[in-house]
Write a protein that binds this ligand. Structure first.
Ligand code: NDP
Length: 448
């Protein structure tokens, strides 16, 4: 790390010492950018690093709502509008008790680079609330979403900031938020993505993050002369990303041997496919049950409070649950168990220690901002369809998604090579993404 980069990082650590996840994400990106700022002094001269690590705007507000018993409840809501150099702020809303401003800054910061990699005109943003949808009735979720949007609507818009889903925010929540936005502004417009198909949504958007992650992993395998056929694939999570990653892996001939939720993991040596995959979809999306019920249904082992990483042998690992879910020790277990590629479906699921283990062992490692960019890319395609007022077929959308993922893989690989770290997708993703945003900031002058 050179003096300019370490100076920016030190200042950030002093200023936001309690925002652990944000500092972790910033450090990873800034470290990768050292050769870029050394090669081209224009970035330092314009203070690009100092500017890119600060959100352009952070909105924080309270969300009062009433539960089914008539009790008053209060949650915190946020929208981090991080960077608009290449397009309107774009990024999901997360509803989870762990949400705070630091977590959303980490996600918003990552989103700047992810969105840049898609090659679509989208800036970086993220939002959410510490509300926990688990165990809430539909009516409670609706009242909460309506209250949230009653404040959020004034900060967003189709050309300003376009939120989407993330952990805890799926089709149901997007529906309630969209309905309230439309009611307040009296306009039917593409202010959110992940919408229902009947009211402006895109085919393949629900599948996009999982499918895209598998397309990226497939490119990583191809670069090493192999593919998914016959591979044992370990997944974590059992939400949106994990569900459709599983479906695509099955289509490509791999076997999905694990899934998890926040309570524990299952191992199914038969593979989570066909009727078993359908059961999982119903369990998680309709009955909103726990992964343990899958183990009870099919008589497979369930590991309470455990992540899957050390539980059995695997060829490929796709962490698809949440941040920091692979520790350095977990990574060692994966390496010991024969993993030949790791692709992050979730955002920053690997701790810095885990990344070090993968890179140190020359295991191809795809970082979340590249691997899971298919979700936001397809959100971008949803915005295009809304603007054109037409709908593409599922085949058209999937084809475009596939092309985008192949291109992201290529630009990460090329940037890594250009800056002397061939095969390092972390550096490649950060460098390729940064240059486009930074050059746009230079073009637009000192506005943020
Ligand atoms: P979902 O809410 O649909 O699923 C999340 C899954 O992860 C659930 O199985 C959940 O278990 C588990 N999980 C959540 N928090 C924890 C935790 N603290 N410890 C262990 N397990 C946990 O979310 P998504 O599938 O949409 O998102 C998964 C990841 O992918 C996130 O990192 C998200 O930011 C990222 N991502 C999502 C995109 C999308 O389009 N949806 C786009 C790009 C990235 P439980 O049900 O028990 O909470």
């Amino acid at each position: 790390m050179n003096e300019y980069v370490s100076g920016v990082l030190d200042d950030l650590k002093k200023k936001y010492y309690w925002e652990k996840e944000f500092l972790q994400a910033a450090e990873e990106v800034l470290e990768s950018l050292t050769p870029v700022v050394e090669r081209d002094p224009k970035y330092k001269a314009a203070g690009i690093l100092e500017r890119i690590v600060e959100p352009e705007r952070v909105v924080s507000f309270k969300i009062p709502w009433q539960d089914d018993k008539g009790n008053t409840r209060i949650n915190s809501g946020y929208r981090v509008e991080f960077n608009s150099a290449i397009g309107p702020y774009k990024g999901g809303m997360r509803f989870h008790p762990s949400v705070n401003q630091g977590i959303l800054k980490f996600l918003g910061f990552e989103q700047i680079f992810k969105n840049s990699l898609t090659s679509l005109p989208m800036g970086g943003g993220k939002g959410g609330s510490d509300f926990d949808p688990k165990g809430k009735s539909d009516a409670e979720v609706m009242r909460f979403c309506q209250s949230l949007m009653t404040e959020l609507y004034r900060h967003i818009g189709p050309n300003t900031d376009v939120p989407a889903g993330d952990i805890g925010v799926g089709g149901r929540e997007i529906g309630y938020m969209f309905g309230q936005y439309k009611r307040i502004v009296n306009r039917f417009e593409g202010v959110l993505t992940g919408k229902g198909l009947n009211w402006g949504g895109s085919l393949v958007r629900p599948e996009a993050t999982g499918f895209g992650a598998v397309f990226f992993a497939e490119e990583m395998l191809k670069a090493n002369g192999t593919d998914f056929s016959g591979k044992r694939v370990m997944l974590s999570g059992s939400g949106n990303v994990a569900q459709y990653a599983a479906q695509k892996i099955n289509q490509l001939g791999g076997t999905v041997i694990s899934m998890s939720d926040s309570a524990g993991s299952i191992i199914d040596e038969n593979g989570i496919s066909g009727e078993r995959w359908e059961y999982l979809m119903d369990l998680k999306n309709n009955r909103r049950g726990r992964i343990k019920e899958y183990a009870d249904e099919y008589g497979v082992p369930y590991y309470d409070a455990k992540r899957p990483w050390g539980l059995t042998k695997a060829d490929v690992a796709l962490p698809c649950a949440t941040q920091n879910e692979i520790s350095g020790d977990d990574a060692q277990e994966l390496v010991k168990n024969g993993v030949i590629a790791v692709a992050e479906g979730a955002n920053m699921p690997s701790t810095p220690e885990a990344v070090e283990v993968f890179l140190g062992n020359k295991i191809p490692f795809g970082p979340g901002k590249a691997v899971n960019a298919g979700g936001v890319a397809t959100s971008g395609l949803e915005m295009s369809q809304n603007s054109m007022r037409l709908n593409w077929s599922a085949e058209e959308v999937e084809e475009k998604l596939h092309t985008i993922m192949v291109n992201i893989h290529r630009s990460c690989a090329e940037a890594a090579e250009e800056y002397g770290t061939a095969g390092n997708y972390v550096n490649g993703a950060n460098i390729a993404a940064f240059k486009k945003v930074a050059d746009s900031m230079l073009d637009q002058g000192l506005v943020f």
